[in-house]
Design a protein around this ligand. Structure first.
Ligand code: GLC
Length: 741
């Protein structure tokens, strides 16, 4: 990387004087006139810029490095001499002070005074950390996702961040891939709904407001199909699957008004995501009409050379910008290459100007020319508002999934007087924050120990022992844990993963509990005391050998600041669990990829099944237990046929047959038993609805079906179609058929 571009090149300033050919007087240029239309301001400013200034506007550098512990951690010495003409900076500082200092240099020390846009990975919270997205999806509550993203936006913008690299909306069906933690699970429709909710939460109605930030859909596209669950690798995706599975969340979020996207590291059928003309210019811009800004992923432009697609950095830059990647993150190639490429006639200045216009348009829309500086809160009074921390806890409450409850051992209620809280996660805060901790403080997360201490204050005695490390033996801790279990009425085994075992560059070939944890669990269970396995993890795990060593299994994911409170609430009974899995838990890693909406095999019955293993997962998509019991009536349809441009209503009554109020999510699937254009999966989620059903009461859940929206499919060219003929609606194993006319 060439530092020359980081220090302000004097030559370009001299050259620029001659370029001042914009409209309006130089004392009051149009681009500085807030009353002028944005397009006029963009055009005026563009005319005034040199090619060097344009190339810098298309460049994002960083102050420090991003927070993902798995990521490339590079302290760069450019921080001290950062070029204030850079288009964007990844800002990892806490609070606006340093950001404002740098912004002041951009406004006052540069010829045109173009403000910098400051970006950061606010993935599930800025300081008030809420559950990882995979957990949030298990809540089946998009409104809660929107509310949490709105909190994150407000905290981020008031801390100097204008743009978040979120939501991550890559559909993932391989739990070996660490980044499954960051997305909304295995289903494309669900991810589409949550993606739109996140965009609305981050951006609100107006991104110039000081409570909103620009969102960034990532990683476009197909990253979740990473081969064998490894990271940064090939994804081999048929056109049909690209349209069926990986594109819909992006289309939904673009429709929801997302301002930017991030191009991905992975190869998409042999072509890098960050130089893929087909997906970016062809689909995103050409078919969907998106004219917002596309930023590359970190160094993914220079990686085009590493991936053996470009022969050198100039070619990589040319490929990237011509495929529609406007801004280059983190490798400073554009300032080096673009002026040369234009001068040599290899790159049209029109292409450069189009990209710069998208960057400038975003800055005008964010209001950065009028309000370049962020408010400063030295006392941190803009963070951790009590009502926000409460919202984060309410969100986490709905993400807890009760996976097993043998003998209805849960809820514990007041049945216990002595509880052993053991395991590497029992008194842990940091790992509750997941792989993108933002500016969360580990010591602000409520540990599982603290949560039980407050749940059972004065009602039960708690005993603690670490038991073991995440993947290391601890003989003394082990002994103490078994001893604590022997003295207790019930054991809470707090096991799972540290936050560095999921997220970026965190693939795992073995996704069961590491041997020390499995050995501890078996020893605890061998005491004969009832064991509750409480899991803190960022991916579906392989649990078949774990669940037989516990009476109950509670999946709490990585909940953020609420920490152990929601799970403790579920285990004691204060909360009735309502989480349902948004990603399948395999019976064995040998089944991967395994997901619910598979296509029917050519043979019926068990032909083609594994000789040595079931084809069923341990826990399927949509699974989760409740303390209530729900009975479903039959599906009723408002008609037995639907016109292709028509609509109809499907409804089902759900009765809570228990004595406990409970939240129930009804999943509505669509089936096309004979689709002559392309075979459809056996069932596909097209609607979901979550409601509180009070004890003994019945509630009606409805699906207002719009034929083209809910029953149509897209083929491998992205062409939407709806065939006439029989189709069915499936809910909880019940089916109602109808005819499409
Ligand atoms: C990382 C990640 C991306 C993140 C970016 C900036 O490599 O792939 O998700 O937003 O860099 O930190």
């Amino acid at each position: 990387m060439n530092l020359r571009n980081i220090i302000l090149p004097v030559a370009s300033v001299l050259l620029a004087v001659a370029c001042n050919s914009g409209s309006g007087s130089d004392a009051n240029p149009v681009y500085k006139d807030p009353s002028a239309p944005v397009e006029s301001r963009v055009k005026d400013l563009l005319k005034r810029m040199t090619i060097e200034e344009k190339a810098l506007q298309l460049t994002q550098w960083h102050l420090g490095a991003n927070d993902n512990p798995n990521n490339i951690i590079t302290e760069n010495d450019a921080t001290r001499t950062l070029n204030p003409m850079l288009g964007s900076v990844i800002y990892t500082g806490e609070g606006s002070e340093r950001r404002n200092l740098l912004q002041k240099r951009a406004i006052e020390e540069t010829r045109l005074g173009i403000p910098i846009i400051f970006g950061y990975d606010v993935i599930h919270g800025y300081r008030t950390i809420y559950p990882i997205s995979l957990a949030a999806a298990c809540s089946w509550n998009p409104e809660m996702v929107r509310k949490c993203c709105a909190i994150a936006a407000r905290e981020a913008r008031s801390s100097g961040i204008d743009w978040t690299f979120s939501p991550m909306i890559d559909v993932a069906r391989d739990p070996r891939w660490g980044r499954i933690a960051e997305g909304y699970g295995e289903d494309s429709y669900a991810a589409s709904v949550f993606a739109a909710a996140a965009v609305q939460g981050y951006q609100g109605d107006d991104i110039s407001s000081e409570t909103n930030v620009a969102s960034c859909l990532k990683h476009f596209v197909g990253y979740g199909a990473s081969e064998a669950g490894r990271d940064y690798v090939q994804t081999d995706i048929s056109d049909q699957t690209l349209w069926d599975t990986y594109l819909p969340p992006y289309e939904a979020a673009v429709k929801a008004g997302a301002k930017t996207l991030m191009s991905s590291f992975n190869l998409v059928n042999g072509i890098p995501g960050s130089s893929n003309d087909h997906t970016i210019n062809g689909i995103l811009r050409g078919m969907w009409g998106f004219d917002g800004m596309v930023v590359s992923d970190w160094a993914s432009v220079s990686q085009i050379v590493t991936q053996r697609f470009a022969k050198d950095n100039d070619e990589a830059s040319l490929m990237a910008i011509e495929s529609g990647v406007d801004m280059d993150m983190g490798d400073m190639l554009y300032p080096e290459s673009l002026p040369k490429l234009v001068e040599d006639g290899r790159l049209s200045i029109k292409t450069v100007d189009q990209a710069v216009a998208r960057v400038l348009r975003l800055k005008f829309e964010l209001g950065l020319f009028e309000h370049p500086y962020a408010p400063e809160y030295p006392d941190g009074s803009n963070l951790l508002a009590p009502e926000d921390v409460r919202t984060a806890e309410e969100a986490a409450n709905e993400t807890i999934v009760l996976l097993q409850n043998n003998g209805s051992i849960l809820p514990l209620g007041d049945k216990v007087r002595k509880i052993a809280i053991v395991g590497p996660l029992a008194k842990d805060g940091t790992n509750m924050m997941g792989s993108w901790p933002g500016h969360g403080h580990g010591d602000e997360m409520c540990t599982i120990w603290d949560a039980f201490s407050s749940e059972y204050a004065g009602r039960a005695e708690l005993l603690y022992a670490s038991g073991c490390g995440f993947d290391s033996e601890d003989a003394e801790g082990f002994r103490q844990a078994v001893a604590a279990a022997r003295k207790s009425d019930v054991v809470i085994a707090c096991l799972g993963e540290p936050n560095t075992w999921s997220g970026e560059s965190a693939s795992r070939a073995f996704i069961d509990l590491p041997a020390p944890q499995q050995k501890l669990l078996e020893a605890l269970h061998a005491t004969g005391k009832p064991v509750v396995l409480l899991l803190v993890n960022g991916r579906p795990l392989e649990l078949r050998n774990a669940v037989c060593n516990a009476e109950a299994v509670v999946e709490m994911w990585q909940p953020g600041i609420a920490g152990g409170k929601p799970a403790a609430g579920v285990i004691t009974g204060r909360i009735n669990p309502s989480g349902r899995l948004a990603a399948t838990f395999p019976y064995t890693v040998g089944q991967i990829p395994i997901y619910y909406n598979r296509r029917h095999p050519a043979r019926n019955g068990t032909m083609g099944y594994y000789l040595d293993c079931t084809v069923e997962p341990l826990y399927p998509f949509g699974y989760g237990l409740s303390y209530s019991t729900f009975e479903y009536g039959e599906i009723t349809l408002s008609s037995d046929s639907i016109a292709r441009d028509g609509s109809m209503t499907a409804s089902v009554t759900v009765t809570n047959t228990s004595d406990r109020d409970g939240m129930e999510t009804v999943f509505w699937f669509v089936e096309d038993p004979a689709c002559s254009r392309v075979v459809r999966p056996e069932k596909e989620l097209r609607h979901f609805e979550k409601q509180l059903v009070k004890a003994g009461e019945s509630r009606t859940f409805t699906f207002e079906i719009d034929a083209m929206r809910d029953l149509s499919y897209v083929d491998g060219k992205g062409e939407r179609f709806l065939e006439s003929g029989e189709m069915s609606i499936i809910v909880a194993g019940r089916k109602a058929s109808f005819n499409v006319l």
